[in-house]
Design a protein around this ligand. Structure first.
Ligand code: SF4
Length: 253
């Protein structure tokens, strides 16, 4: 019997597979190019500003400084993707919308009052023969007491009631990697939603992270089965309206 392939998984790819296996195939296996998503580009810009805000001294981490950074990092982003200049004809409106997200951030946290330990931290682990797990944590804060907080910024809105656990699954993957590599279970997982100014928090226990690990092993097994049988299920949902692959997807053809 053929050995299962070790699957390289990040929280985003796990999410893709759970949302729609066919979408996962297009992205992770076929690696098809995708049209630029302006929502994703706005998210990148806001993340870059927040990441760099912590490079300046604490007392300068103000909303005014964040808004000052916006056009600077937007210009850099456009230098890397020239098409953005034509896709975003109204620069002022674009920066105003990104600025509104940063304004919301300052209603939720006071960045001058703490020092993050890491930003955009790459974490990885060979979880098993079937999974190599990796990802980037937006921000990791370690308190003087040794307590660890894993923080992720979202530029969209918080999930509807009943969907919180699904949203927190991404952070539980980071928590699992951190626990397995450092031996400490993060005290707090925190999702910051800039779209509606809400925070989602969770304090995982070891047993929760063991459940996350079991779920990931199941997902890796399902992906291996799909690869072996070249059988990728489609899952129609509201996401299809934003899916770059709708025109070639078997569910619509
Ligand atoms: S269009 Fe919908 S069903 Fe098809 S790949 Fe995209 S998300 Fe999946």
């Amino acid at each position: 019997m053929a050995q299962p392939t070790q699957i390289r998984l990040s929280p985003s790819r796990v999410n893709d597979f759970l949302n729609c296996p066919q979408l996962y195939k297009y992205r992770a296996i076929d690696q098809l190019p995708e049209a630029i998503s302006l929502d994703a580009e706005r998210g990148t810009l806001v993340h870059t500003v927040l990441e760099n805000l912590f490079s300046v001294v604490a007392e300068e981490r103000t909303l005014a400084k964040a808004l000052e950074f916006l056009p600077v990092y937007w210009e850099k982003q456009m230098l890397m993707r020239d098409e953005l200049r034509t896709l975003v004809p109204d620069n002022k409106e674009w920066l105003d919308r990104a600025g509104a997200l940063l304004t919301t951030y300052f209603t939720l946290e006071t960045p001058s009052q703490f020092e993050p330990t890491d930003r955009e931290l790459h974490v990885e682990i060979n979880l098993s023969d079937s999974i190599y797990l990796h990802g980037y944590i937006d921000r990791l804060d370690i308190a003087a007491t040794g307590e660890v907080r894993v923080v992720d910024y979202k530029t969209g809105k918080s999930p509807r009631p009943g969907w919180e656990e699904k949203a927190l699954f991404q952070l539980s993957i980071y928590a699992l990697i951190y626990w397995r590599t450092h031996g400490t279970v993060p005290k707090l997982l925190q999702l910051i939603y800039l779209g509606d100014g809400r925070m989602l928090k969770n304090s995982p226990k070891e047993a929760d992270l063991v459940r996350t690990e079991t779920k990931l092993l199941t997902i890796a097994g399902e992906i291996n089965d799909s690869i072996e049988g070249n059988d990728w299920k489609t899952k129609k949902s509201r996401l299809c309206d934003w899916c770059s692959f709708k025109t070639i997807c078997p569910a619509f053809n």
